[in-house]
Design a binder for this molecule. Structure first.
Ligand code: DGJ
Length: 717
């Protein structure tokens, strides 16, 4: 609901459990409150600030403004910066008007949250304008009636007759002065999204990616929490970017010790020429407040991402159990070898076989052929159609890997269009994994990708696509742009990529798309808008995966995480973990196999078959139910637990890194159950009330080996 108090010019945005309050004061849009839901009422008297401004800190610092620009002595970090035609960047935005309407508009060219009917949400748009320069901004706020997330974005317009340069585009929110800690998701290739929690410094804390992808290193997510906040209680203020390119996010503590959270485009690699009459659409940022701890944050975000970021036929459907040949064969395969792996997959109940890399051009290693999306008939005689029909005959669907944004220097595409890659004239084109990045900001490159991928999808019965991206931008500039606009390349690349994704996913609505960037280097809401799942990490080691999936789950739902059972010793760590543990951990995401099923023991094959049957029985709960974290592996000495709950059942997965002699007993306490309902786990002979499961918990059996794990499944009695 969006309430407006005209006398005091106060906007009160009421979500399901949060309030967000703005007011217009002397024409300036002020931020008054974000936090626990407040009743409708007159709060104006509470927003009076005491004291006088010191001469060194003029009036602008006294009141938290909604848009932080360079004016009247504001010395903190800016959320919006425009260099005007006079060469200065002073920007005094003043309120011009506002509108409230049912529903939510689409964002021009960008992924964003959406409504299925106007009755689902209300949107407030507020117009601000700088009288001297003609710079104008429209801020947009959408409050959903069934989801507890606030969606914010803005459009910046040049209403003058002179060009301007946009250099900073961030969504900012000031928070009340208090003690906070910062949570963010730190990582690197093969160790993505390890949740970090640190005290909020007096100064500026920032994370960013300049890589042209949201990155393995920093995820576009940031939260401030109170020191006492746990998984199950306490305040959380979080921001998430609906964007897949470079970004920055920060917490800037002002002289009054009040933090300002920000998230937006990374100004190190962004500026934009705003011509007279032109408009710039900023990416959307999602704001989530939870009073009920980190699980509260996750419940709100999971539901929202699953249903109002992800789209398409697969959004609400159970995801197929797949078998992927990458770690099983790498580049060393032919049709018969693939069919034999698929045959074994079919025998244990798999539903989809994915041909990962190596099927096109002359690619037998990672040093050639990206861009030449034509099947290699030497390896796959009769082409993809013949191979797909053989696999279909076994009862499996077929999936295919692409890396469409890339080009190998050794490829027909590069030989024909050497200027189609991102580069700087006169400088070496730095390769990574022996490849260059196509300049997807160019329309002709976008069209090439759309046509080459589409023609393969039209040529054979392909029902799944893995869309990979295996390097970051180095000399990341477009030769097609004039010098004054070169810094626009990265954002134009993203706009081009989103156009490509929109066209391809709309043209093939039945295909399940999974995004990937060397594992989880582009795990963000932008990609999830087009592809409802992402390959979580190239690290398939079960012990590592517990931590990676645990951190990822802070924001992203399990239905968005690809999770596969792989061979031991593990290819990334050399570690050997029990087969059932590899299965139990992979059940924390979209379950699949990535090993040669013909090379495992009879006992392991039986275990694989049981796991497939379990996933088929329980996947609705695991993919669409509510997911809660119970025990954090990063702070509990390698012990971990998580829980899935829906109306029918409760599933608990418990994992322990190391067995120890004379172990101390431990219990895993469940959460969010009905106290008086009786829950039964027949396999473990347990019949207990929800109250007992939450207060006493499941007694964890003694582990007689490292990397032990257990699954409990309780049905309501
Ligand atoms: C990187 C991905 O993350 C892997 O899963 C695999 O698809 C390889 N690329 C293939 O080159």
């Amino acid at each position: 609901m969006i309430l407006y108090d005209q006398t005091n010019q106060i906007f009160h945005l009421q979500g399901l459990t949060f309030s967000y309050i703005l007011s217009v004061y002397n024409g300036v849009l002020m931020h008054m409150y974000w936090g626990k839901k407040l009743p409708e009422g007159d709060h104006a008297g509470l927003f009076v600030l005491s004291g006088e401004a010191a001469s060194f800190d003029p009036p602008c610092n006294r009141h938290p403004r909604e848009v932080l620009t360079q004016e009247k002595g504001y010395f903190g970090q800016r959320s919006l910066n425009l260099i005007n035609t006079h060469g200065d960047d002073v920007l005094s935005l003043r309120y011009e008007g506002h509108r409230v309407f049912a529903g939510k508009k689409k964002l021009q060219g960008l992924p964003a949250s959406y409504v299925e009917s106007d009755a689902e949400a209300d949107t407030l748009e507020i117009d601000l304008r700088d009288a001297l320069t003609g710079a104008a901004v429209t801020l947009s706020y959408t409050v959903f009636h069934d989801f507890d997330v606030l969606a914010r974005s803005m459009v910046i317009r040049n209403e003058s007759d002179q060009p301007m340069t946009l250099t900073e585009v961030q969504t900012s929110v000031p928070l009340p002065m208090d003690d906070y800690e910062i949570i963010h998701l730190k990582g690197a290739w093969a160790r993505e999204r390890f949740a970090q929690r640190i005290p909020m410094p007096q100064g500026t804390f920032s994370i960013s990616s300049r890589r042209g992808a949201s990155s393995h290193e920093n995820n576009p997510f940031l939260a401030l929490v109170k020191p006492h906040t746990t998984e199950h209680g306490g305040d959380v203020y979080a921001m998430t970017h609906v964007y897949s390119g470079s970004f920055s996010a920060s917490v800037d503590v002002g002289i009054d010790a009040a933090p300002r959270m920000m998230m937006g485009l990374c100004s190190d690699v962004f500026s934009w020429q705003l011509e007279p009459g032109a408009a710039f659409q900023a990416p959307e940022t999602l704001l989530t407040y939870a009073h009920d701890g980190l699980n509260g944050l996750s419940h709100r975000m999971h539901a929202f991402i699953r249903q109002r970021i992800c789209r398409g036929m697969w959004r609400d459907q159970s995801r197929p159990i797949l078998i992927n040949n990458w770690e099983a064969t790498y580049f060393d395969f032919n049709s018969d070898k693939l069919v034999e792996i698929a045959r074994r997959g079919a025998e244990i109940g798999c539903e989809l076989f994915v041909i990962d890399d190596g099927w096109f051009g002359k690619r037998n290693a990672d040093n050639c052929s990206l861009g030449d999306w034509v099947v290699n008939e030497n390896k796959l005689p009769g082409g993809l159609k013949t191979l797909a029909e053989r696999i279909n005959a076994l009862g499996l669907q077929v999936g295919l890997w692409f890396e469409p944004e890339m080009v190998s220097p050794d490829s027909d595409l590069y030989r024909a269009h050497p200027d189609w890659c991102l580069h700087v004239e006169g400088r070496e084109r730095t390769t990574a994994r022996n490849q260059l990045i196509l300049d997807v900001s160019r329309k002709e490159v976008q069209d090439y990708i759309i046509e080459s991928v589409s023609s393969v999808l039209r040529s054979a019965p392909i029902s799944y696509v893995k869309w990979d991206m295996n390097r970051n931008m180095m000399e990341g500039f477009s030769a097609a742009l004039p010098a004054a606009q070169r810094m626009e390349t990265q954002h134009r690349y993203m706009l081009g990529l989103y156009r490509v994704l929109e066209e391809i996913t709309s043209a093939f609505p039945k295909v399940l798309f999974e995004s990937c960037s060397g594992g989880g280097g582009r795990f963000d809401c932008g990609m999830l808008h087009y592809m409802p799942q992402t390959w979580t990490s190239d690290d398939t080691d079960a012990s590592e995966r517990v931590r990676i999936q645990y951190g990822t789950s802070l924001i992203y739902p399990c239905s968005s995480m690809g999770a596969h059972v792989s061979a031991v010793p593990n290819h990334q760590t050399g570690r050997t973990t029990p087969f059932h543990t590899r299965c139990n951990v992979a059940m924390g995401g979209n379950f699949g196999f990535e090993l040669n099923l013909n090379k495992i023991s009879e006992e392991e094959l039986r275990c694989a078959k049981d796991a497939v049957a379990t996933v088929k029985k329980l996947r609705t709960t695991m993919q669409q139910g509510e997911y809660s974290r119970l025990v954090n592996p990063l702070t509990s000495n390698g012990r971990s637990a998580w829980q899935f709950t829906d109306d029918e059942r409760v599933i608990v997965c418990i994992y322990q890194d190391y067995a120890s002699p004379n172990p101390q007993p431990w219990h895993v306490k469940l959460t969010g159950l009905d106290e008086n309902v009786v829950y039964v786990d027949e396999a473990h002979g347990l019949r207990c009330s929800g109250g007992a499961l939450m207060s006493i918990g499941i007694p964890v059996p003694r582990a007689w080996q490292d990397h032990e794990s257990w699954i409990y499944c309780f049905e309501k009695a």
